[in-house]
Write a protein that binds this ligand. Structure first.
Ligand SMILES: [Zn+2]
Length: 62
């Protein structure tokens, strides 16, 4: 996955801090926005889950 990696805190559940993280976009709520960062292992987990979701919904045509 391409993007701009910075050192920061992961927002995706592992709660690691001071690790390389990728900015995924703003999380908006009540007119406020927070930066949403995720570390590589969490991104891989998320991606695998998304791929599984796509495969379930839209099986590849052989
Ligand atoms: Zn993480």
């Amino acid at each position: 996955m391409e993007g701009h990696w910075v050192t920061g805190d992961c927002w995706l559940g592992c709660e690691r801090t001071g690790v390389p993280v990728l900015w995924l976009g703003p999380v908006q709520r009540d007119g406020q926005a927070a930066p949403f960062y995720a570390c590589e292992p969490c991104l891989k987990r998320l991606k695998a889950r998304a791929v599984a979701y796509f495969m379930e919904r839209q099986p590849a045509i052989a």
